[in-house]
Design a protein around this ligand. Structure first.
Ligand SMILES: NC(=O)c1ccc[n+]([C@@H]2O[C@H](COP(=O)([O-])OP(=O)(O)OC[C@H]3O[C@@H](n4cnc5c(N)ncnc54)[C@H](OP(=O)(O)O)[C@@H]3O)[C@@H](O)[C@H]2O)c1
Length: 403
């Protein structure tokens, strides 16, 4: 790659999550120092005002609008990595992926919209491989802790037993945090798309929707919708709201790492509940919320009166009081296990997410930058693996430990 002016450009820095990313980069790395970063957005005035508010007034500012492809082409040629928090991605994201794939610029986002991701794989995967652009979706709470948690526990299991485990279970033991308007808008947009578009529906129905491979044996995956007692983890397990995204990303990682977890690999992701009644209550609540979003009239009510609006999200106090803890259990054919615990020290969706995506971008720009990168539409584990675990534990308040 020719020399680029910036390591990272944060596009969408005026939004709820983007401004947290800028605040984190300024506090952790300063401006124009070890990490050369800039911010970008569609409004120069708003960009200047927000950067002053978050202590990043000196960060260079770039104007780029999703509706103006020329501005995106110019922006992506100035950076090694573009970090985007401009979402919903299915609404605004494609022109940036196109520009990065064409220019050989690395890309990270917070996408939790599987139909959009599949579209990017199909449309830009080949070009990104040719130019060396690494397009890494889902660099926030979905799906970094889960994608890397599976990667980490599989290494523990292989070290102890000589080969990866055929099955991994993740149980989210504890989690505290809130939702932003951008995330609410993305969830609503995904359901609307799935209602209107058959290809999007297929991706949402198929746990292998992000791992297209005609030669794969596609083993039947565990049922993660029905509550049950999990003796390995010693907890009641209930459906987990992010599993639909994370499980697809984990299977994509397995495909991209040439089935490092095995062709018959099974993965289940659920949430721990204190007892059976609580597990059924979580399942019922999620079903109710999902049905509310799926039906036009209740979706309009949720969107207009209940869910947060774009630009809104949990307060600083809520972010600092938040955290998460997830247990990963790799289990062999004879019942042998390896266990790992992954934790984060802020609310998962924003406090931790803003640090995770910033470190993912820094990892690509500084630790894994080179002339011969294998490009493509990839995942955090496949693109960054150990290098990202190291960065997240050194800087971002995450822990990855044997349990
Ligand atoms: N995976 C995760 O764990 C996770 C966590 C948090 C967020 N997210 C995702 O991240 C995305 C952002 O969420 P958020 O709450 O930060 O959203 P938000 O507050 O609504 O911010 C959206 C940003 O996009 C910008 N934007 C909108 N239209 C644009 C255009 N035409 N050109 C350039 N910029 C444009 C906005 O700029 P203006 O300020 O000028 O309007 C704003 O900076 C969502 O898709 C959400 O789902 C994911």
């Amino acid at each position: 790659m020719t020399t680029r002016e910036f390591d990272i450009i944060v596009w969408g820095a005026t939004g709820f999550t983007g401004r947290l990313v800028a605040e984190y980069l300024a506090a952790e790395y300063g401006v124009g120092d070890e990490v050369k970063w800039a911010v970008a957005g569609r409004s120069p005035e708003k960009l200047a005002a927000v950067m002053a508010e978050v202590g990043a007034a000196e960060a260079p500012r770039i104007v780029a609008d999703a509706a103006d492809p020329t501005s995106l082409d110019a922006m992506v040629r100035r950076a090694k990595v573009v970090l985007t928090t401009v979402g919903p991605y299915q609404k605004y994201g494609e022109p940036l992926v196109a520009a990065c794939a064409a220019a050989g610029t690395d890309y990270v986002d917070l996408c939790g919209e599987p139909p959009f991701m599949r579209r990017m794989i199909d449309r830009y995967g080949e070009e990104a491989r040719a130019t060396g652009a690494r397009v890494v979706h889902s660099c926030g709470f979905d799906s970094i802790p889960f994608d890397l948690g599976v990667y980490f526990v599989q290494k523990l299991f292989a070290d102890a037993h000589g080969a990866p485990a055929p099955e991994v279970a993740c149980r989210v033991l504890e989690m505290r945090g809130g939702m932003s308007g951008g995330t609410a808008a993305s969830a609503v947009a995904t359901l609307e798309l799935a209602g209107a578009d058959a290809a999007a529906r297929d991706v949402m129905r198929d746990v292998y929707g992000l791992a297209p491979d005609a030669t794969s044996s596609r083993p039947r995956q565990p049922n993660v919708r029905a509550p049950r007692y999990d003796a390995d983890a010693g907890v009641w397990a209930a459906p987990f709201i992010m599993a639909d995204i994370n499980m697809r990303n984990v299977h994509r990682s397995n495909l991209l790492m040439e089935y490092a977890y095995g062709q018959d690999f099974k993965y289940s992701e659920m949430m721990a509940a204190p007892n059976a009644a609580a597990a059924y209550a979580i399942a019922g609540g999620l079903g109710f919320f999902g049905a509310g979003l799926a039906l036009g009239p209740t979706r309009a009510l949720l969107k207009n009166a209940i869910l947060p609006k774009p630009g809104e999200g949990p307060s600083k106090r809520q972010r600092e009081a938040g955290y998460f803890k997830a247990l990963f259990i790799a289990k062999g054919a004879s019942g042998e296990t390896a266990k790992a615990l992954v934790t984060g020290d802020r609310d998962p969706g924003y406090g931790s997410t803003s640090k995770m995506i910033a470190e993912a971008a820094a990892c690509l720009a500084l630790d894994l930058s080179g002339e011969n990168n294998a490009g493509g539409v990839t995942t955090p584990a496949a693109a960054m693996g150990d290098a990202l675990i190291e960065r997240l534990t050194a800087h971002a308040g995450l822990t990855f430990d044997p349990a």
